[in-house]
Write a protein that binds this ligand. Structure first.
Ligand code: G4P
Length: 523
């Protein structure tokens, strides 16, 4: 049995950031297979096994065969307990996707070798950057022809602005993929070669020591040349720079063929941080402190429509959670017993009795919690720093179809806005404008307004806009136009919604005195 300190030090909590189709599901499955958490690939992606048909996710998820939720997957490997938090992509990309990144200690970034760095990866990367969390890069699909590895490294630097250290290097790719030259373990791992012959050791000069047919290969020679270039002109390996998020270790592999995955996992576990302290209004909270504390980073409503339950996802930041324990909600000072808790493994919910710093627990919620809430077991009622605000990209104008239903309309909107999936803005004519990070949020909103508040809504799509807040909050209303719509957010702050990048630049040229900012760029 591990003691509390050992338990906490064994936690590794991360999210995978990637653009859809880069291989997040495939890699997650392979990691879970290594951890023994699932027995067959194809379990994570419900649509393949038809699991969604029988699951009780909300209707809209069933129709689309996609998940609106961020589930949490846990497995044990080599003495570590690994928590993977899912970051929904595709149409279900939402603020929750971003917020999940506030609950992890590191991130794994998957890049499709053929496509390079794609838009959703850039957005998620920015959030990790702003939080200073370490990022581990897995360049996937080497079994197919992709961009040249040096080109991919240059993209990391140019597009994302992060320096990299390749832990290994591909020898060929596609049909001619021979394996990876492992700089870190000083060996070559051969692709599609039986376990006993898979590894070729290297000598102190980093070359194949004994006679091996690989030496004859032009691809091997080319890899050696590139590695020499990396050794001379590339970045140095630095544990400290990985930890502070300024250097990303890069691994090449192929998730589908399970190649390079185990090496990646083992090396990741060596360098990924244990649970880190979280900031609060009472100073940093030490994860090894035995008083329990945690914060709600996501509230999932209607997971089971029959029960209308909500689940508040809590990141444990210190101490130990035990079922039935008493905690205080810092916002209200109210005490309560945490008797109903749940933990997630792939799609199945199972009950958790104990969790420590770094773990994620789901608490059944009957409307008690708000996103960002702190719960504590100790005497001091501190609050963790507020979660960052994410700037929506998509906007709609919304009205109630039936004017007699104004009361329910306002109640519904306000409650759904509180949950944080959508942001509310008002024009000076009191029109309601909703902003979201992903399109699906509007559909979920419409669905829930009808089903939970019995209000049919009319949605007018305004398309994508660029939102900018105003320093000092004072502005001349006359500057509002169709291309730069002036609205107020729910904290009564003025916001311009610009039609596009051109409208934003044009406005800035015309009105240099109005200082605009994007909260997401400032952290
Ligand atoms: P995502 O969760 O990031 O969206 O990606 P996912 O794992 O679903 O992978 C997207 C597609 O890429 C899948 O193929 C998957 O099989 C493929 N893929 C993942 N890793 C690799 C790899 O290492 N090499 C190759 N060649 N392909 C890979 P699909 O045809 O879109 O779907 P499926 O029906 O086969 O799942």
């Amino acid at each position: 049995m591990k003691n509390f300190i050992e338990e906490v030090s064994s936690r590794r909590t991360f999210a995978i950031i990637s653009h859809p189709d880069a291989g997040k599901t495939t890699l997650t499955e392979k990691l879970l297979l290594f951890g023994g958490a699932i027995r067959a690939a194809g379990t994570v992606k419900g649509k393949k096994t038809g699991k969604y048909a029988t699951s009780d996710w909300m209707e809209i998820e069933k129709q689309r065969g996609i998940s609106v939720t961020s589930s949490v997957m846990q497995f044990d490997y080599d003495g570590f307990r690994v928590n993977i938090l899912d970051t929904p992509g595709h149409e279900d990309f939402s603020e929750d996707t971003y917020r999940t990144l506030t609950a992890v200690d590191s991130a794994v970034m998957i890049i499709d070798a053929a496509k390079g760095i794609e838009p959703q990866t850039i957005k998620l990367f920015k959030v990790c950057r702003m939080r200073g969390i370490p990022i581990f890069t897995f360049i996937n699909k080497l079994d197919r022809v992709g961009k040249m590895p040096l080109e991919l490294l240059a993209e990391l630097e140019e597009v994302l602005g992060i320096e990299s250290y390749p832990m290994n290097w591909p020898i060929g790719m596609g049909k001619e993929f021979l394996g990876i030259y492992d700089r870190f373990y000083n060996r070559i791992e051969q692709f599609r070669v039986e376990e006993e012959d898979r590894f070729i050791p290297l000598n102190d000069d980093g070359e194949i020591a004994n006679n091996h047919p690989m030496q004859e290969s032009g691809l091997y020679m080319q890899a050696l040349e590139e590695i020499e270039l990396l050794n001379e002109a590339g970045n140095d390996f630095s544990k400290e720079r990985i930890a502070d998020g300024t250097l990303t270790p890069v691994f090449f592999g192929s998730a589908l063929t399970t190649f390079g995955v185990q090496t990646f996992l083992e090396t990741y576990l060596k360098f990924a941080p244990e649970p880190q302290p979280r900031h609060s209004n009472n100073g940093p909270v030490d994860p090894f402190n035995e008083d329990f504390s945690g914060f709600v980073f996501k509230i999932q409503a209607n997971m089971n429509p029959a029960h209308r339950d909500r689940i508040a996802f809590v990141r444990v930041c210190s101490g130990k959670f035990e079922r039935g324990m008493s905690v205080t909600l810092s916002r209200t000072g109210k005490s309560m017993k945490l008797s109903q808790s749940t933990q997630f493994l792939a799609d199945d919910r199972s009950t958790v009795d104990e969790a420590v710093s770094g773990d994620i627990i789901g608490l059944y919620d009957t409307g008690t919690y708000q996103i960002g809430d702190t719960i504590v077991s100790g005497k001091s009622l501190f609050q963790f720093d507020p979660l960052p605000q994410f700037t929506p990209d998509l906007y709609v104008r919304v009205t109630a179809k039936n004017v007699m239903k104004q009361k329910q309309f306002h109640k519904g909107i306000n409650q759904l806005v509180q949950e944080g999936a959508i942001q509310l803005f008002k024009t000076k004519y009191e029109d309601y404008i909703l902003g979201a990070v992903g399109q699906l949020q509007f559909e979920v909103f419409e669905h829930r307004m009808k089903n939970e508040y019995n209000v049919d809504v009319m949605i007018e799509h305004l398309g994508s806009k660029i939102a900018r807040w105003i320093e000092g909050n004072t502005v001349d209303e006359k500057l509002s136009s169709t291309r730069s719509m002036l609205v107020k957010d729910r904290f009564d702050r003025n916001v311009f919604l610009f039609e596009n990048d051109f409208a934003l630049r044009w406005f800035q040229d015309k009105n240099p005195d109005v200082k605009l900012y994007n909260p997401m760029d400032d952290r």
